[in-house]
Design a protein around this ligand. Structure first.
Ligand code: SF4
Length: 1010
């Protein structure tokens, strides 16, 4: 019981939640402004994209031009440094030293590394064998041996070390000397192999002419970074926000203070860290600091190095090893408990995966065991199939053949009732039991098309970049055109896309008629019949663009063209509609910083320029085959898993900047390639290649272990054809074959089939039909009324006539009885909470900015400060004070033909919150307002926070569902023009329209009631 109670009191959350808590509880020690809001990954990227270029371009031009640092390289470097400021601090410290000192240190390091290598058994044994080798003159083997001996002698006498290694690596003996020399050849060949390995590890790298220039350039980058980071963090402080990197750095900074460590030593006695293989260097140091607070055995670190696959976002598997050493060896002398039983795979599959990954992962592998029975008979539950195509066939047709084979296999298994596990029992496989996992989401379309061609339901469930989807590009083209009607490229994209599906022939006709003129005036003026509908719709959108939010414009464009209906009828319709909605959500978030299409289009361009990835919405597959990226499948499992497209080449490492905590910042130089590259660049590139290789092997492990019963691996071409030996980056197939071939397992051949190689027919988009009903309804309201404040339905529910006065006729109310200054207090409280300000002085500062009532008395400011303080300290609001909540979120929600517009005060993971500050707060009186917030932001619960009385009123899912129909009824009544007065003493007493109302005069004024 005591343990259960203590568990309730424990802090359970993410590492970022922990950092946020430390920063909030010790803002001064953390060096952050109190009352901040946390920006999640996406929010941080959005903030950075909004400010970074602006800051960089405002820097002193000497910072760039004088040192010859290109803007793009400075931006890349600054972004990488900002991603982990703590790491950046250490790396940049190297640049404080003069070049001569750094050069001497590196030369010593190079020499030490080479000496260590030459002293290693891996080199000494083979070198000794070659040095003392002998073969009679007159044959190829003798010549080749002489070449090796000469290269070795030169290298040992201090010749060019890297050139020597290359000569040795290129001196393999092949079959020279025949069978009689087999044993000697094996001994001598060990030297070229060792030389090759040394080159891969960068042991041959040496300083070049470019290194001094890079050091100078990196010092300029340091200046740029220092100035940019300071300004960016100042802007964050002014906005009252912190991104994840700033949170981690702040928490680490706070924990350097003795009193902060003492504080947590008294509060926390146990630490459990899960998924520890995914920590980055800063988080690792933070955990190590926390571990230092505890006594054995109060720390438990859980992780699996084999599943560390997030290196691309900063996770470092070696940090997991370091934490292990801290807990097990150094500080706490703990012990390692191996969790070796798997409850996912049955025993035969577990054993086969053990055998495979013992080779692929080597020392990192750890076998698991299972007591589960296989649900069906098979010689092996893992199989590999590769397309066998005639020479000259491209990867596109090969992949389609592979996809058709995958679809055929799925159909056979489901139609044939292949048994899969279901708890302790078995049952026939369904489509929903099957997942197709690919390394890159872009190739999943080929498999989705093949499944669709066979009538197999499939859903592209997750993974990938929203901004790279067709739907985002369509919507962005529309926003760009709305932002500037003379953008004829955007207009062409809009006309050609599913908005209007205009043919290229018609576009050519438009271009011909436009001549030198912009396209839009020509489209407006020229009577081209096929463009009549586009002319009408775009004309309406252009007019609306001056008064409507960008998301409302896109929704209007959708309603007028049937865009989302077209999407729904295309292959992968559910996926496309989800991406369209995901893009609308993104636009709503961006509207908070600027309400016009121009602002939003510019922000999205900024995101694209910085290659910020916005995750696509996740879809539930139901009884359909799930298509996912391997990364998005982590943590999931399926009875049957296909991993196709294994021959895909990994992309080359992008970028010209690399950062290393102890060695500094490496920069590529234009035109400087190969052995002329700077030493540090080459060393860090080699290190990155080793890390990428390890991560690719672990990615393969994660993909294969998603399968519970059956695993099918396939490729469009074989490993040898798919290997790019030059780049030393291997496809998953290449890595797999090392284990597969060692086990002697057979590879199935997928015969090349011309028919399957032809692209499947994709239905053409449905051309736009007649104007949809929504347009007619909008016009039928006939009152210029289609967009209303979110709270207006509550106004209508109270009194339709008062609603008419306010929202239809736009009359000004003569408010009485609200209490002196109540509105001003409310405004100030909302502003303070949105900006994370607390305390009388801070609130007075907001008032002095001018747009809150300038005449607010000290008493009113004090009242506002009291309400703000209540929000932060009153336990009643704790359930909705999420550290990662978003504030002031703009939203729109359609109710019939009406569009409710608003801005939610606070949005958490599963809720929305509206603050109220008045003397009398009736949550019911605001039910439609918070309902609209919850519906528009897709949250299951809504809350009204009464800051004056410390009460939190909840609208749960059932209550919100009940309001759906009530809201629709009210909207219908509004559209029908029903505005009868509804006198009620409580409302009429404070009504601002009493003087206009034929019914209200009968009720006493509020003053009379008091
Ligand atoms: S006075 Fe009463 S009935 Fe008249 S408009 Fe106001 S609330 Fe409605």
């Amino acid at each position: 019981m005591r343990l259960a109670a203590e568990l309730d009191l424990s802090m359970i959350g993410t590492l970022h939640g922990l950092c946020a808590r430390i920063c909030r509880e010790h803002p001064e020690a953390a060096g952050v402004a109190p009352g901040f809001t946390v920006l999640d990954d996406e929010g941080g990227s959005l903030f950075e994209s909004q400010h970074l270029d602006d800051i960089l371009t405002s820097l002193d031009p000497d910072g760039f031009g004088a040192g010859g640092v290109p803007f793009s390289q400075a931006r890349e470097a600054v972004r990488k440094l900002l991603a982990e400021p703590h790491l950046a601090e250490a790396a940049l410290a190297v640049l404080d030293r003069p070049w001569e000192e750094v050069e001497a240190q590196w030369r010593a390091a190079i020499a030490a590394r080479r000496n260590e290598f030459r002293a290693s058994p891996a080199w000494r044994g083979p070198a000794e064998a070659v040095r003392n080798g002998h073969w009679p003159p007159g044959g190829v083997l003798r010549d080749k041996l002489t070449v090796l001996q000469t290269a070795l002698a030169e290298l040992e006498q201090g010749g060019d070390f890297e050139a020597g290694l290359r000569r040795l690596a290129g001196g393999k003996l092949g079959t020279a000397g025949g069978a009689a020399a087999a044993d000697l050849r094996r001994q001598w060949n060990a030297l070229p192999i060792a030389a090759e390995a040394a080159l891969k590890r960068g042991i041959g790298c040496d300083l070049t002419e470019a290194d001094r220039a890079v050091h100078t350039r990196a010092r300029i980058i340091k200046r740029i970074y220092d100035a940019t980071a300071a300004e960016l963090w100042a802007r964050m402080a002014r906005a009252g926000v912190l991104d994840f990197a700033a949170l981690e750095t702040g928490a680490l900074r706070a924990l350097r203070h003795d009193e902060v460590r003492d504080w947590y030593r008294r509060r926390w006695h146990v630490l459990l860290l899960d998924e520890a293989q995914d920590v980055n260097a800063t988080q690792s140091e933070l955990i190590e600091t926390l571990v230092g607070l505890f006594d054995r055995p109060s720390v438990c670190i859980v992780g699996d190095a084999k599943q560390s696959i997030y290196g691309f976002r900063g996770a470092a598997v070696e940090e997991f090893g370091r934490l292990n050493r801290v807990v097990v060896e150094d500080a706490l002398q703990g012990r390692t408990i191996t969790l070796a039983q798997t409850y996912r795979q049955h025993a035969p599959l577990a054993e086969q995966l053990n055998a495979l990954f013992a080779v692929i992962l080597g020392a990192q592998s750890s076998p698991v065991f299972s007591t589960g029975q296989a649900p069906h008979d098979a010689e092996r539950h893992v199989e590999l199939a590769v397309v066998d195509a005639p020479p000259g066939i491209g990867v596109g047709p090969r992949r389609r053949v592979e996809a058709a084979w995958v679809a055929e296999r799925i159909a056979q298994w489901v139609d044939g009732g292949l048994a899969v596990s279901d708890g302790d029992a078995t049952r026939p496989a369904r489509y929903g039991d099957i997942a197709i996992l690919a390394k890159a989401w872009v190739t999943l379309d080929a498999y989705a098309e093949a499944l669709a061609a066979k009538g197999i339901p499939a859903v592209h469930a997750g993974g990938g970049d929203l901004l790279a989807t067709r739907e985002a590009l369509d919507a962005l083209a529309m926003l760009r055109w709305l932002a500037g009607a003379d953008d004829h490229l955007a207009l062409a994209a809009v006309l050609r896309g599913p908005w209007f599906a205009v043919s290229d022939l018609t576009l050519c006709d438009l271009a011909r008629r436009a001549g030198e003129r912009p396209w839009w005036p020509s489209l407006r003026d020229e009577p081209i019949e096929d463009l009549a509908r586009a002319r009408q719709v775009l004309g309406e959108l252009e007019q609306a663009a001056t008064r409507e939010l960008p998301s409302a414009l896109l929704q209007r464009a959708d309603a007028l063209t049937g865009y989302s209906a077209v999407l729904a009828n295309l292959p992968q319709g559910a996926r496309r509609v989800a991406d369209w909605r995901g893009f609308l959500d993104l636009v709503r978030r961006l509207e908070a910083d600027g309400p016009y299409a121009f602002h939003v289009a510019r922000r999205i361009k900024g995101l694209l320029d910085l290659e910020v990835e916005i995750p696509r919405p996740v879809l539930q597959a139901g009884n359909a085959v799930s298509l996912l990226t391997i990364h998005s499948a982590k943590g999931l499992e399926y009875p049957i898993v296909f991993v196709p497209d294994m021959a895909r080449q990994p992309p080359n490492a992008s970028g010209s900047v690399r950062i290393d905590r102890s060695r500094g910042v490496a920069l590529g130089l234009p035109g400087v390639e190969g052995q002329d590259k700077p030493y540090l660049t080459r060393v860090l590139e080699e290190a990155q290649r080793v890390r990428d290789d390890g991560e690719a092997r672990r990615l393969l492990y994660v993909a294969c272990t998603r399968a519970a019963d059956r695993l099918v691996l396939s490729a469009a071409e074989d490993a040898a054809a798919a290997t790019d030996g030059e780049s030393k980056r291997w496809s998953l197939l290449h890595l797999l074959r090392a284990g597969w071939d060692a086990l002697g397992w057979p590879v199935e051949t997928i015969p090349f089939d011309e028919r399957a190689a032809t692209p499947p027919l994709v239905p053409a988009p449905t051309p736009p039909g007649p104007p949809p009903e929504a347009e007619i309804c909008l016009a039928a309201v006939g009152l210029g009324l289609h967009e209303l404040p979110a709270g207006s339905l509550d106004d209508y529910a109270r009194c339709p006539l008062a609603f008419r006065f306010e929202h239809v006729e736009g009359r000004e109310a003569k408010w009485t009885g609200l209490g002196s200054g109540a509105r001003e207090v409310g405004d100030l409280v909302h502003r303070a909470l949105a900006e994370g300000q607390r305390g009388i002085a801070a609130l007075r500062g907001i008032g002095e900015l001018g747009d809150i009532e300038p005449a607010m008395s000290p008493e009113l400011v004090a009242q506002a400060a009291e309400r703000v303080e209540a929000w932060y300290t009153d336990a009643a609001f704790a359930p909705v004070r999420g550290a990662d909540d978003r504030l002031e979120v703009a939203l729109l929600w359609p109710v019939g033909p009406l569009l409710l517009v608003g801005r939610a005060d606070r949005v958490g993971v599963g809720y929305v919150v509206d603050y109220k500050t008045g003397a009398e707060v009736s949550a019911e009186a605001h039910r439609f307002q918070v309902w609209a917030y919850a519906r528009a932001l897709d949250k299951p619960e809504a809350f009204v926070a009464d800051l004056r009385h410390g009460e939190l009123h909840r609208f749960d899912a059932a209550r919100l569902a009940a309001l759906d129909e009530e809201a629709a009824t009210l909207a219908r009544a509004i559209v029908a023009g029903s505005f009868e007065p509804r006198p009620a003493e409580r409302h009429c007493a404070v009504c601002g329209y009493r003087s206009l109302c034929p019914a209200g005069g009968a009720t006493p004024r509020r003053e009379a009631l008091q």
